[in-house]
Design a protein around this ligand. Structure first.
Ligand code: 7TS
Length: 429
């Protein structure tokens, strides 16, 4: 993004006061000051953390919220009359409300706390899949899915005698929408597709996907793990049936995530796991289950995870998606241009709509070797298949080097990346 083109400030931008266009380096510096991990040296160089698609760094606000909970309120939730338990329960359920508002859910009953995107998808596959699938039924995914949105469907399909259909992806890394449409049929019982590809950055046309599937009364699950750090998602505007996400990619703690589901569907689904908290009455002759969302939350939950995640969302709102998107778009365009100037470098994934994820290969060098050299320069990227082995096979690559940017990254980090990749290419040639 050329920040010098005549851009008219929106009301939201104006409300950010000093954050006027272009985003001033001083603003990003202030943001960086909120993230303690960014300020360290690796192999004698300042850390350039460009592995945000794997996990993001955590601002002070998140670390403090978690510490305060453990220092002051640590107690179990939903089961104590004492003050600490009530405080913990209040903070935990307030987090649910804040999370519901952040993604535009209609009710906290639609927000199920999980360990992350992986567990959210497994929950739907196991509970809904086990309830509705008949032999010969189909689940439709795409060829760019993370293993987390492939394997749970394979497991339930093989258990129920159902069939996994896969919509093609083009050479540019876009969903082949015609192929997707041609694979929707009366047999399709669910569409499960990623909102943003973790390997290529492709932003999928989810409104279109949902419209096509809903025209045939097929529910849609979106894997939002890579979307929520970059896009303002409103599940009700989308009309999506299930939306899955992980706290740790959105500046919150690991081991915590969300399954959003429409209440009308969640209500009909059987529990996923049994244990404490998810029950209403237990008797050896049978058990009745708690109401939503607790029906799907067995056992002592990740209380600090919920509280830390709510703090992360507050932080993101304070920065604002407008600033986040402008900074990331700038970094993506700048890095794409810089890396493209390196001879023999090939960018993998050239979709029209992309989030700030950049996969590439340098000549015939193995991605792992390039990544190891970058690490020596203090630059953190991910290498390999990024848990998308079928996609790598389809694109005919062994894996890629992946740089993924967050709003706290800078053009000077991109300069260092380009310089180091150039050197790695020369060393490995
Ligand atoms: N779906 C997508 C699109 C992802 O990118 C990931 C994690 C997951 C699901 C699983 O999320 P989890 O939090 O349950 O593990 N992706 C990556 C990645 O690209 N590099 O490391 C983890």
């Amino acid at each position: 993004m050329d920040t010098k083109t005549g851009h008219i400030e929106t009301e939201q931008e104006k409300s950010h006061g000093e954050i006027s266009k272009p985003i001033d380096a001083a603003v990003i510096d202030r943001i960086r000051a909120d993230f303690p991990t960014l300020h360290q040296r690796v192999h004698g160089h300042p850390l350039a953390y460009l592995d945000n698609a794997a996990t993001s760094q955590k601002p002070h606000a998140v670390l403090e919220a978690i510490e305060m909970y453990y220092r002051k309120d640590n107690s179990n939730v939903h089961r104590g009359v004492h003050t600490l338990s009530q405080r913990a329960t209040d903070a935990y359920e307030l987090a649910r409300k804040q999370i519901a508002e952040f993604i535009g859910a209609g009710s906290t009953r639609e927000i199920i706390f999980t360990r992350g995107t992986t567990e959210s998808i497994n929950l739907v596959a196991s509970s809904l899949g086990g309830m509705i699938l008949q032999p010969g039924d189909e689940i439709l995914i795409s060829a760019m899915e993370h293993h987390s949105n492939i394997v749970p469907w394979q497991l339930i399909c093989s258990k129920m005698g159902a069939v996994l259909q896969v919509a093609h992806v083009t050479e540019d890394g876009e969903l082949d929408i015609q192929d997707f449409r041609s694979k929707l049929s009366k047999k399709t019982k669910l569409v499960a597709i990623t909102h943003v590809s973790n390997s290529l950055g492709t932003i999928n046309p989810v409104e279109q996907i949902i419209a096509d599937a809903h025209a045939l009364n097929i529910p849609v699950l979106l894997d939002g793990a890579q979307a929520v750090p970059h896009l303002q998602v409103d599940v009700r505007d989308l009309g999506v049936d299930f939306y899955c996400l992980s706290s740790h990619k959105l500046f919150g703690p690991t081991g915590f995530g969300i399954l959003y589901g429409k209440e009308s569907i969640l209500d009909r689904m059987p529990p996923y796991q049994g244990g404490g908290d998810m029950i209403d009455q237990v008797d050896f002759s049978g058990t009745t289950f708690n109401e939503l969302p607790h029906k799907f939350e067995a056992g002592t939950p990740h209380i600090a995870g919920a509280i830390g995640f709510a703090a992360a969302l507050q932080y993101v709102e304070k920065v604002g998606f407008d600033v986040i998107q402008r900074q990331e778009a700038d970094l993506l365009a700048y890095a794409t241009e810089g890396l493209s100037s390196i001879s023999g470098l090939r960018i993998v994934g050239q979709a029209q709509e992309k989030a700030s994820v950049l996969s590439f290969l340098v000549g015939k060098s193995h991605p792992y070797d390039v990544g190891s050299i970058l690490d020596r320069f203090g630059i953190a990227v991910r290498t390999g298949h990024h848990c998308t082995q079928p996609l790598m096979k389809l694109l005919g690559v062994p894996g890629t080097v992946r740089a993924s940017f967050a709003f706290y990254n800078t053009r000077s980090e991109v300069d260092r990346l380009v310089e180091a990749v150039g050197q790695a290419g020369a060393m490995l040639a």
